[in-house]
Ligand binder design. Structure first.
Ligand code: AGP
Length: 620
């Protein structure tokens, strides 16, 4: 998830682009860069780190005055957060500058094709291949108006994956073109000036007139001809015009009141992006970035998953999946406890450290202990190039994009999905699952983004329920099997957002003491497994609902569509789509995120920055 800005008009393009990047920096802050066009030449400046680093460099050595330019803030996926990998990327002949948001799945063969023609690459990114391809195609595209747009269509037809591309060419001082598939892009229309942005925050200071772009479309902004939109085959398209009624601050939150709400809404795309490029055409898993050999993975006889807080809950879910798919024993450990209990580790142990920020000190110290004990360490992380993946033997990045809210939501769901990928990959490499079995589970993973969307589309009753719970001072959460970690996560969300005492329990454990907590009207949230789950776990949880209801609890039940067994004992039923048992947490967690967020909001609290908390806990 990167920040993208494009401009052509009469203003100083560097000023306009930098201002847009400042408003988009929340979308990525691994590096930033700009390109402007003046006197037939492209000039670029780019710098690793926050936008301020680039601005400092530009203050010392500016760029030529120009009224056309593009800019980018990066959230690294392919290639670390370095100056070399910062966008824009420029073609070998210096004629094309391009910026990109997304993942080009087939960049490797395209890069090989370019290298075979003698092109030397200067970065590790997937994006650079587009700069070289676009320059080569442009040179072969007939002269005339719309030449750069035609070249962009030709190149876009060859790309697979998710991309928003914005490009300029030294020979076209009046034109910026862009192409989009699966990544966001919006057009701003001013008075004799035109803008491109990842979202309207990029240009809302200049115009509220926007054009919505659809899938597989190319847009040309021309200083005098205005906006032209086509599909990838060149057929004209009429974009949908709309007026932005947000203020600038709201625009950065995508119109939501809180970043957390925006990030909850981004979960389908975040899960889809985390799967992108990792599911092969034959249904196999392709985890090239996991730099452990097949033999290393076959030698593994024990797995530890080590993490903190919400990431620890993802690890608890991972245990069920990895053990079921691979038959390797899995222990899940709180990072802050791990090294003090002197765990038994050796070269046949795989330690999976899970961290959204990649900077959590407890997890980092656990990683270092594991390395000292010669265990192999795989990081699951959302922050490319952060300390934890840098010190690990291998990494599987979640592609959730920056998570601004302190309470993790899309970070969590993508951690769970990445854990599934690790477990399934282990099973595939070790031959414990046949290819068709892996392919079947891969198909189930592909369905997850739409299932999350289905849940998100039916959250109004949950928000209404939340408002009725906002005055409660305690809530209990119950779950069994993979529903138990979901119960723990639901309780944590409520604690950290609404400051309400909440506790998650294994549903079967409640009768061993904690059921004494149940009083008349005590709200109890129960995460019910699928009726198709093994060993009638479902029936036992329905019994648990009866137990607490009989003692006066107000029961709030999360149950699969069509599960009517719960109805006699549920004061409130929240429906989720049917999913395979092990994948259910990806949908059952979402209502709990919304519930906690709405309760906190109703209580007038700061949802994005709860008291006492930090987004990354870099102390032990
Ligand atoms: C998430 O809602 C919490 N704010 C917190 O528990 C977090 O998950 C934990 O601190 C671990 O952070 P990490 O994933 O960045 O390592």
């Amino acid at each position: 998830m990167c920040g993208i800005v494009g401009y052509v008009g009469s203003k100083d393009s560097l000023d306009v682009v930098l201002e847009g990047l400042r408003r988009l920096e929340y979308r990525g802050y691994d590096s930033a860069g700009v390109a402007v066009l003046a006197d037939g030449r492209l000039s670029t400046a780019k710098k690793a780190g926050k936008l301020a680093n680039l601005e400092k460099e530009l203050a010392e050595a500016g760029l030529p005055a120009s009224t056309i330019g593009i800019g980018h803030t990066r959230w690294a996926t392919h290639g670390g957060p370095t100056d070399r990998n910062a966008h824009p990327h420029v073609s070998a002949d210096g004629s094309v500058a391009v910026i990109h948001n997304g993942i080009i799945e087939n960049f490797a063969p395209l890069r090989a094709e370019c290298e075979a023609t003698g092109v030397e690459f200067s970065s590790e990114t997937d994006t650079e291949v587009v700069a070289h391809l676009l320059a080569a195609v442009y040179a072969e595209t007939p002269e005339g108006s719309g030449r750069l747009a035609e070249a962009m269509r030709t190149v876009s037809r060859r790309l697979e994956g998710a991309f928003t591309l914005v490009a300029t060419h030294a020979a076209e001082p009046d034109t910026v073109v862009a192409s989009r598939r699966n990544s966001p892009l919006v057009v701003g229309v001013g008075e004799g000036e035109y803008f491109l942005g990842s979202d309207v925050a990029a240009f809302i200071a200049h115009t509220r007139n926007a054009l919505e772009l659809g899938q597989d479309q190319v847009v040309e902004l021309h200083r005098t001809r205005g906006v032209t939109v086509t599909d990838f085959d060149g057929a004209s398209v009429e974009p949908t015009a709309y007026t932005v009624d947000w203020d600038a601050a709201a625009a950065e939150k995508g119109g939501y009141d809180w970043f957390m709400l925006k990030e909850i809404a981004e979960q389908p795309q975040a899960v889809a992006d985390t799967l992108l490029g990792r599911l092969g055409e034959q249904g196999e898993l392709v985890l090239d970035e996991v730099r452990l050999s097949d033999q290393d993975l076959r030698d593994i006889d024990k797995v530890f998953v080590v993490a903190c807080g919400t990431a620890y809950h993802a690890g608890l879910i991972a245990k069920y999946a990895i053990e079921h798919w691979t038959r390797i024993p899995v222990e899940v450990e709180l990072a802050s406890e791990f090294r003090y209990r002197d765990p038994v580790l050796d070269r046949s142990t795989l330690v999976v450290v899970v961290s959204q920020s990649g900077e959590t000190m407890d997890t980092l110290m656990a990683l270092r202990h594991a390395k000292d004990q010669k265990a192999r360490v795989l990081a699951i992380c959302n922050a490319n190039g952060s300390t934890i993946p840098r010190e690990s033997d291998a990494v599987l990045y979640t592609h959730a994009g920056p998570e601004v809210a302190v309470a993790s939501t899309k970070g969590f769901l993508t951690q769970v999905v990445a854990c599934y990928l690790v477990g399934l990959f282990l099973a595939q490499v070790r031959g414990v699952k046949y290819a068709d079995e892996v392919a079947a589970i891969v198909e189930d993973l592909r369905a997850l983004p739409d299932q999350i969307r289905a849940v998100l589309s039916s959250m109004d009753p949950v928000r209404e329920l939340a408002r009725s719970l906002a005055t409660e001072d305690t809530l209990l959460f119950l779950g069994r099997h993979v529903g138990y970690p979901v119960a723990l996560e639901g309780a944590l969300k409520l604690k950290e957002l609404a400051y309400i005492h909440a506790e998650g329990f294994a549903a079967g454990e409640l009768k061993h003491g904690s059921i004494a907590l149940i009083d008349q009207g005590t709200p109890v949230v129960v995460v019910v497994p699928s009726p198709r789950s093994r060993e009638s776990v479902h029936g036992k949880v329905v019994s648990n609902i009866q137990e607490v209801r009989a003692r006066g609890a107000r029961t709030i039940v999360i149950a699969e569509d069509g599960d009517d067994d719960v109805l006699p004992y549920a004061d409130h039923v929240i429906r989720v789509p049917r999913t395979p048992t092990l994948l259910a947490p990806v949908v059952t967690t979402v209502p709990l995120q919304v519930l906690a967020c709405e309760i906190a909001s109703t209580r007038g609290l700061d949802v994005d920055q709860p008291r006492n908390l930090a987004k990354s806990v870099t102390v032990e």
